[in-house]
Design a protein around this ligand. Structure first.
Ligand SMILES: Cc1cc2nc3c(=O)[nH]c(=O)nc-3n(C[C@H](O)[C@H](O)[C@H](O)COP(=O)(O)OP(=O)(O)OC[C@H]3O[C@@H](n4cnc5c(N)ncnc54)[C@H](O)[C@@H]3O)c2cc1C
Length: 497
């Protein structure tokens, strides 16, 4: 037994974390007859363990979590979601919800319960005149960028193509254009969602406004989003790419980088990677496998102005490789494909920072150099810009004033030593603790009470009130959970404790 949470037990076998979420009811229950009825009611596909697709479907992006759900429902539309939510509630089954499946905590699967898989709901409708779009949750951000590119439009979102619209849009959305156009939730106009009582609601500034506030950063706690209406912004050609430096002068480069990136105009969003150079054709053979600092940039606006703004970041030392060039926005995702390998075990920790002090950068570089291995990827982002000009209480994402964010990740095949990967992740995280303040819900792993670092007390209290109103039995608990504080009255027995 590794750890016991209130509603999730985990145990380790053959180096994998098995997610044991079965409720006492589920241990004793045979769902066969009920599931036959569910199958007859949905338009999508019901995948049971005897289906050849089950083996792939039971897994999620983080291979550390090994789920064996009783059934997976690949919903075709919002009606399927309603039917399946009602079924899970009535049968008192543990429910996982997934869109792109990238939850670091493996929330998209479980043992013995039900999975609502939205990955087939991928319709996107673009209004090129009003610059709006309606997105279904199963789209990935690479797909969204690809569909918007021909219109010269884009939507500020994450920086990895395979991440799902559903999970990221309910978390916040920090990515390539965060300084220019804010968080993804800042472009959100309305959400259609199925609540725990099986109703399809719309939340916007005018309809259920408090729910709309909570959905912008509160994750999957209040219902299942079946569509998002968003405001788009210009996309087209950006100046993007990466410049690679040897890490011998990492501390000086990071100090200069953070100063320049924070002072740059909003059009420029950047992040830095600390890693061993990959065995790629654009890295000289004698530098492959050596520690590097990689500055990644995305400038949206006039390209010649962008060249001028980005120039100082390309001259911090003699680059060993410089891949910065004009490109369609949708092409920039190729840069982060390295972090996308599904099925690997992933160990991660993330923190926000109010500012960058020399001491913080020293602690980052020193701890990073002591653990760097081919499995390590450390990301430091300089935030600010449009994201910071939204009031902290305007959405459930409250860390608007944070200047920086660090994400430490180790990823490797399942055969690698999980304890060692985790210990190396923790080492950098611990070294940065004295300087950190707050966490991003999208980057939380299975970290229990760290949810309190995501939401300041007033935000958390408001989210609990919403949870009490919309999901008092905590049907939606396989997530970064806001626990309700009222005794259930209207819904049937909950599966969670
Ligand atoms: C490789 C990688 C790169 C990332 N890069 C970024 C980045 O650049 N910027 C950033 O902001 N974040 C980033 N993230 C974090 C990411 O936003 C979150 O992990 C997000 O939850 C993933 O969404 P998903 O739909 O792919 O995951 P899922 O596992 O499908 O969903 C995660 C959780 O969200 C909830 N959920 C998902 N869909 C719905 C829905 N339709 N309705 C209600 N609840 C739902 C569920 O609780 C689910 O457990 C990254 C994550 C990974 C693994």
């Amino acid at each position: 037994m590794l750890e016991q949470h209130q509603d999730t037990a985990q145990y380790e076998q053959n180096g994998k974390i098995h997610v044991q979420t079965t409720s006492p009811q589920e241990d004793q229950h045979d769902y066969k007859e009920a599931i036959k009825i569910l199958a007859s009611k949905i338009r999508g596909e019901l995948i049971l363990p005897d289906n050849p697709a089950y083996e792939a479907e039971r897994k999620v992006w983080n291979g550390s979590f090994d789920g064996y759900p009783t059934a997976i429902v690949r919903c075709a539309d919002a009606e399927d979601v309603k039917v399946t939510v009602n079924f899970a509630r009535e049968q008192a089954m543990t429910l996982s919800v997934r869109s792109g499946g990238h939850s670091a905590a493996g929330h998209g699967t479980n043992i013995g319960g039900l999975v609502i898989d939205l990955s087939q709901m991928k319709t996107i409708t673009v209004d090129p005149v009003r610059h709006t779009a309606r997105l279904e949750p199963g789209l990935t951000w690479g797909e969204v960028a690809g569909k918007l590119q021909p219109f010269g439009l884009a939507l500020t979102a994450g920086d990895v193509a395979s991440v799902g619209v559903g999970g990221l849009l309910l978390s916040g959305g920090i990515g390539w254009m965060v300084r220019a156009y804010g968080l993804t939730i800042d472009r959100l106009q309305a959400v259609e969602l199925v609540t725990a009582d099986g109703k399809l609601l719309r939340a916007s500034a005018d309809e259920n406004p408090e729910l709309f506030w909570g959905l912008r950063g509160g994750g999957g706690n209040f219902g299942i989003a079946t569509a998002f209406e968003v405001n788009l912004h210009p996309g087209g050609t950006i100046l993007g790419g990466a410049v690679f430096y040897e890490a011998t002068e990492a501390e000086r480069i990071l100090r200069e980088y953070t100063r320049l990136a924070a002072a740059a105009p909003d059009e420029l969003s950047t992040e830095v990677l600390f890693m061993l150079a990959p065995p790629a054709p654009f890295i000289p053979p004698d530098k492959q496998g050596t520690p590097v600092v990689v500055i990644m940039v995305c400038y949206t606006g006039d390209i010649s102005e962008g060249e001028r703004v980005v120039a100082p970041l390309r001259q911090l030392a003699t680059p060993i490789s410089d891949l910065i060039a004009p490109m369609p926005y949708s092409a920039i995702f190729a840069l982060t494909a390295v972090g996308e390998i599904p099925g690997f075990q992933h160990h991660s920790r993330s923190q926000f920072f109010e500012t960058f002090s020399n001491e913080m950068i020293h602690a980052l570089v020193e701890s990073a150099q002591s653990i760097l291995s081919p499995e390590t990827l450390i990301t430091l982002r300089v935030l600010g810009g449009a994201m910071s000009r939204v009031a902290p209480d305007a959405t459930a994402f409250a860390h608007r004033d944070k200047q920086g964010m660090v994400l430490v990740t180790h990823f490797a095949p399942l055969s690698a030593d999980a304890a060692s990967l985790d210990a190396r992740t923790q080492r950098v995280f611990q070294a940065l603790l004295p300087y950190a303040n707050g966490a991003y819900v999208g980057f939380l792993a299975d970290e229990g009470e760290r949810i309190r670092e995501v939401y300041p007390p007033a935000t958390y209290a408001r989210l609990v009130a919403l949870k009490n109103q919309y999901d008092p039995t905590n049907l939606f608990h396989r997530n970064q959970n806001i626990k309700p504080t009222v005794a259930p009255t209207t819904l049937v027995t909950s599966v969670s404790s």
